[in-house]
Design a protein. Structure first.
Length: 665
């Protein structure tokens, strides 16, 4: 490949194929490529037929230039599959990470792009293995990418026949000299195929951080004065810039910088990476859904100009590195190597721009001395985190809208991220608003991945973003606080916690879309109050009456020991909503007949919880702390285990539905 010189040979050297450890199965499962020492990236669908239900199975990885051509044993480490028995594998779930069992095997590693999720179009070099007479043989082609299919899908023009076996191979962008995709599939009835953007790798979370750190350390340690490394090969491409030094950011600079960043402690959430990027760019982020930024490397990738472009100015990159140094160093991290290299490299740029870096200061959005505001365990009054109002911090909102004419009920859903006072959170983060929607029992599965990604973008270790779920009152007994974002997680992993133990979780009435005037006045009075009381409803021996809710002071919170979706509980909640109440507590698994002895414990606990409030915005976090203690103690009989909270802030109204009609098929 003349355009990329010896990068073609390096890509071939890193391309491998997967096959069974013993005879008897298909000799070629599919392709893959080496991305870091001991790590192979491939497609999940390549492995699923053989590993579904037996992920510990050992298989082999073989390449023409791996281990002298002799196979190396390997095992699946991670895949993105949500359902390993589904008929098809979605694009954003079709990646797998494989671990070589022999850590002593040396091998080539591709260079994975650090650029943001830009659209890739143009000629690409594609590599893989196809079946041969006795064993799999290398295959490569040049193909045109001309369609972006969703967030991660990239389609090839129907000019190249993709043979069986090449799924999982790398896609190289000759313009940047970086691997930008993974071959997913060929077309069943014609030439051409589909690739997956390597940006989808970020969805591996902690595994992505581990693998990319190993990738960047490996490339950062490569010899700097030999033509047989990726950085020098990229330096020969058109527009790559001159030799190291000067005002332009070169591939060698990038490799060295990312290698140094890989040696630092990981960021404490994506928000701080985004804050440093915005400071280094000195401009607001581009429109549209923000990319995932789980590592310092991903922040570096946000600094490039649009398109493949020509040489990049070094100053923005050095500014970003200096900000990372300040932030990590302020937390006690060792930034000696990074800081020393930044100062050395800064001496090569024009003197007039050097103060931008040398006098850099951290933006106010990040604070290296921040402490955990949750307080000491078991202390219910220390460090309660107020629920954010407009512009006071991010919230993640899920809207569940019943699909018309579907019985039993199914839902369309929309996820929004409200942050920094943006009007109604802007465009949906992700949504399903066509087709049949999701049944209630399918919601957790459908929402698990996009919710995890939304939280990943706004959480910080000391302050997980709250979750609001707006849904019809008929479904107010949905135990959202028990949802988990991971079906299977390590015990220490935050994903293992139910949502309500990890973050504040509140419900809102989807029917209150738009104008909040009906409950604004009562909310405004409650927001100014310092003392609150519980109002038991309906009375122990009676039925609810509308005047009981209308005449309540704003500081009285209706508390129901019944479910909110049916019976007297539903009647009471309807009256509370009509009277303009924005805060209500109820027992989602309570009784439908007369009160029981356990009701007294419930009402006493709710009254004590409300008595402790110093402000209305303390309630969601106080409930979260109770749920956390319930989970840690496994106290399923606790009065608050099945309690839901209506917290419907009219200052952040649920936006009205999109114009036009949406019908189910």
């Amino acid at each position: 490949m003349a355009e990329a010189g010896h990068l073609d040979a390096l890509a071939r050297a890193a391309t491998v194929h997967l096959r069974p450890a013993r005879d008897g199965g298909p000799p070629l499962w599919g392709s893959g490529f080496l991305v870091a020492p001991g790590w192979v990236l491939t497609c999940a669908h390549v492995l699923r037929p053989y590993l579904a239900g037996r992920r510990e199975l050992v298989f082999q990885v073989r390449g023409e230039e791996l281990n002298g051509g002799s196979p190396v044993e390997a095992r699946l480490a991670h895949w993105l599959l949500a359902d390993e028995r589904a008929d098809t594998v979605p694009v954003d779930e079709d990646l797998a990470l494989v671990r070589l069992l022999d850590e002593g095997v040396e091998h080539e590693c591709v260079w994975l792009t650090d650029r943001a999720e830009r659209s890739f179009a143009g000629t690409a070099a594609v590599y893989g293995y196809r079946p041969g007479d006795s064993q799999a043989v290398p295959w490569d082609a040049r193909a045109e990418v001309n369609v972006n299919d969703g967030r991660y899908g990239r389609r090839f023009e129907p000019t190249v026949e993709f043979p069986k076996g090449v799924s999982g191979g790398p896609v190289l962008d000759p313009g940047t000299g970086a691997v930008v995709g993974v071959v997913k599939s060929r077309r069943g009835d014609r030439d051409g195929g589909l690739a997956i953007s390597v940006a989808a790798l970020r969805r591996f979370g902690g595994a992505y951080q581990e693998v990319m750190a190993a990738h960047d350390r490996w490339h950062g340690d490569r010899p700097q004065h030999t033509p047989y490394n990726w950085a020098d090969g990229q330096g020969t491409l058109p527009g790559a810039g001159p030799s190291p030094g000067g005002d332009l950011w070169t591939p060698r600079d990038r490799a060295r910088a990312l290698g140094l960043l890989a040696g630092l402690p990981a960021p404490r959430g994506e928000r701080e990476v985004a804050a440093l990027v915005a400071e280094a760019r000195n401009e607001p982020p581009p429109p549209g859904r923000p990319p995932l930024l789980p590592t310092w490397r991903d922040g570096h990738g946000q600094l490039y100009g649009p398109g493949v472009g020509g040489p990049e100015e070094a100053i923005a990159f050095l500014h970003y590195l200096r900000l990372v140094e300040l932030l990590v160093g302020g937390r006690g991290g060792d930034t000696t190597a990074l800081g020393g290299w930044v100062r050395e490299r800064l001496g090569s740029v024009r003197r007039i721009v050097q103060p931008v870096v040398s006098r850099a200061e951290l933006p106010s959005a990040v604070n290296p001395s921040a402490v955990d505001p949750s307080g000491a365990p078991g202390d219910p009054d220390q460090g309660v985190v107020p629920y954010p109002g407009p512009g006071e911090g991010p919230t993640v909102v899920v809207e569940l809208e019943p699909v018309l004419y579907e019985e039993p009920v199914r839902f369309y859903w929309r996820i929004r991220v409200e942050d920094e006072g943006a009007a109604h959170g802007g465009e949906p983060f992700e949504a399903e608003e066509t087709g049949r929607g999701a049944a209630p029992e399918e919601l957790v599965q459908r929402l698990r991945r996009p919710l995890a990604e939304a939280f990943q973008g706004v959480d910080t270790p000391d302050r997980p973003a709250p979750l609001e779920v707006a849904l019809p009152v008929d479904h107010f007994d949905t135990a959202v606080h028990r949802w988990q974002l991971s079906e299977m997680a390590r015990l220490w992993d935050a994903a293992h916690l139910p949502l309500g133990a990890r973050r504040p979780v509140v419900l809102r009435d989807i029917a209150r879309r738009g104008d909040p005037a009906t409950w604004w006045e009562r909310w405004d009075l409650a927001a100014q109050a310092k003392e609150f009381t519980a109002h038991r409803t309906p009375p122990r021996a009676g039925v609810p009456r509308q005047h009981q809710f209308t005449e309540l002071p704003a500081t009285a919170v209706p508390v129901l020991c019944r479910p909110a979706g049916r019976g007297l509980g539903r009647k009471a909640l309807d009256m509370a909503l009509e009277a303009g109440h924005g805060i209500v507590l109820w027992h989602t698994e309570g009784h439908t007949g007369g009160c029981q002895d356990t009701c007294e414990t419930f009402h006493q606990g709710a009254a004590e919880l409300l008595r402790r409030l110093g402000a209305a915005d303390e309630l969601p976090d106080r409930m979260r702390r109770i749920r956390e203690q319930i989970y840690e103690g496994r106290d399923a009989g606790h009065w608050a285990e099945a309690v839901a909270v209506l917290y419907d802030d009219p200052r952040r109204p649920i936006p009205t539905a999109a114009a036009g009609t949406v019908d189910s098929p």
